[in-house]
Write a protein that binds this ligand. Structure first.
Ligand SMILES: Cc1ncc(COP(=O)(O)O)c(C=O)c1O
Length: 335
C-alpha cells in the first residue's frame, strides 16, 4: 500500500481532477451501484455533505438511534448543516428500524399541515450499524425501508462505512447490500486498512452539488491520488477477504464468553462485551488497553473490532492478553 502511494499518478483534484482519484471514484461508484463518486477525507464529512445536499435549513431527517450521523459527529448535521434530526427506534434489530417506523412518521406528515410544520426530506440508514454492534439490514428489509421512504417523497442516504461487511455477511455484492439508495457513503479505512478516505456515491447531478459542499467544508484535496492509491489497494487486496473479519469476531466472542462475560453473537466484525458486575465498561476497556489490546467503551459495552491487521495469530495473542487483563481487573476488584 505504501509503495502504491509513493508511485501514484497525481493531478490537482480541486482544479482539473486527479487521475487516481478519478479511477477510485468510478470504481467505487460502480461497486455500490451508483453513477458517480466523490472522494472524501472522512466518513463524517461524507455523511454531513449527504445531509447538506439533500436537506435545506430547518428541514428534517430521520436516522436510527445512535446512528453515527446523530451521536458521533458532534451534531454537525444540525449546527453546520442546519437539518433537524428525528431518532428512529431499533425495532428490527440493534440499529435497524422497521418499515412501519418510517410509515408512522410518513402517516403523520401526510395530513395537510400548516406552512410552518416541520417537513422531512431524508432518511439516513446505517449498514452496518456501529453502535448497534455491527448489525446489517437484511436485503429484503432494506427494500421495504426504501419503498416506504420513497413513497413518502423522502430521499435515502445510506451510511455504509462498513457496507463491505454487510455485503459479505449476506454473500451479496456491495451494490445489492446498498439497494436503491439516493446516496451511499463507504469507508476505505474501516476493515480495509487504508489510512484515510471515504467515498460519497450518488447520481452525477447530486455529486456535482456535493462537490461544492465538500469544498465549502474544507474537503477539497489537491494531490489526493496518493490517498486514493491506498484505497485502490484496499479494494483489490482486502475486499475479497473481508468476511474473515466476521469469522474472527465470532471466535473472539466465544473466547470472551468462556471468561464468563456476556457477549452477543457478532453479526459482522464488531464485538460488544458487557462488563461483569465487578466493573464498568470504562474500567474493563482500560484494563484491556493496559494489557495491550486496542478497544473502547461504547455506551454500556466495550467494543472490539476485527479488521485486516488481525490475523489468526494476532487474534490468538489478543485473546491471551484479554484473558490476562480481565483476570487482573477481577483480582484488583476482589481485594
Ligand atoms: C458507521 C460510521 N459512519 C461514519 C463514520 C465516520 O468515519 P470517519 O471516522 O472516517 O469520520 C464511522 C466511524 O467510525 C462509522 O462507524
Amino acid at each position: 500500500m505504501r509503495q502504491a502511494m509513493a508511485e501514484a499518478r497525481v493531478g490537482d483534484d480541486v482544479i482539473d481532477r486527479d487521475p487516481t482519484v478519478a479511477e477510485l471514484e468510478a470504481r467505487t461508484a460502480e461497486l455500490v451501484g451508483q453513477q458517480a463518486g466523490l472522494f472524501m477525507p472522512s466518513g463524517s464529512m461524507s455523511n454531513l455533505v449527504a445531509v447538506m445536499t439533500q436537506t435545506g435549513r430547518g428541514e428534517r431527517f430521520l436516522a436510527p438511534r445512535h446512528a453515527h450521523v446523530l451521536s458521533h459527529e458532534l451534531g454537525t448535521s444540525a449546527w453546520i448543516g442546519g437539518a433537524i434530526a428525528l431518532e428512529l427506534p431499533w425495532t428490527r434489530a440493534p440499529g435497524v428500524p422497521s418499515a412501519d417506523d418510517l410509515a408512522a412518521v410518513a402517516a403523520e406528515e401526510s395530513r395537510p399541515g400548516a406552512y410552518y410544520d416541520l417537513a422531512t426530506r431524508l432518511v439516513c440508514l446505517e449498514n452496518t450499524h456501529n453502535h448497534g454492534g455491527g448489525h446489517y439490514i437484511p436485503r429484503s428489509e432494506a427494500q421495504d425501508l426504501y419503498d416506504v421512504a420513497h413513497q413518502a417523497g423522502w430521499a435515502v442516504h445510506l451510511d455504509g462505512a462498513r457496507l463491505w461487511h454487510a455485503a459479505a455477511a449476506q454473500s451479496i455484492s456491495p451494490a445489492e447490500a446498498a439497494g436503491p439508495a439516493d446516496s451511499v457513503s463507504v469507508c476505505f479505512s474501516k476493515g480495509l486498512g487504508a489510512p484515510v478516505g471515504s467515498m460519497l456515491c450518488a447520481s452525477r447531478e447530486l455529486i456535482d452539488r456535493a462537490r461544492r459542499w465538500r469544498k465549502a467544508l474544507g474537503g477539497g484535496l489537491r494531490q489526493s491520488g496518493v490517498l486514493a492509491a491506498a484505497a485502490l489497494v484496499a479494494l483489490d487486496q482486502e475486499l475479497p477477504r473481508i468476511d474473515q473479519d466476521r469469522r474472527r469476531a465470532q471466535i473472539l466472542a466465544a473466547a470472551l464468553r468462556r471468561l464468563g462475560l456476556e457477549v452477543a453473537e457478532p453479526p459482522t466484525n464488531i464485538v460488544l462485551v458487557a462488563p461483569d458486575r465487578l466493573s464498568t465498561a470504562g474500567e474493563l476497556a482500560l484494563a484491556w488497553q493496559e494489557a495491550g489490546v486496542g478497544c473502547m467503551a461504547m455506551g454500556p459495552y466495550v467494543r472490539l473490532v476485527t479488521h485486516r491487521d488481525i490475523d489468526d495469530q494476532i487474534l490468538a495473542r489478543g485473546i491471551e492478553l484479554l484473558t490476562e487483563g480481565a483476570a487482573r481487573l477481577r483480582a484488583r476488584r476482589a481485594d
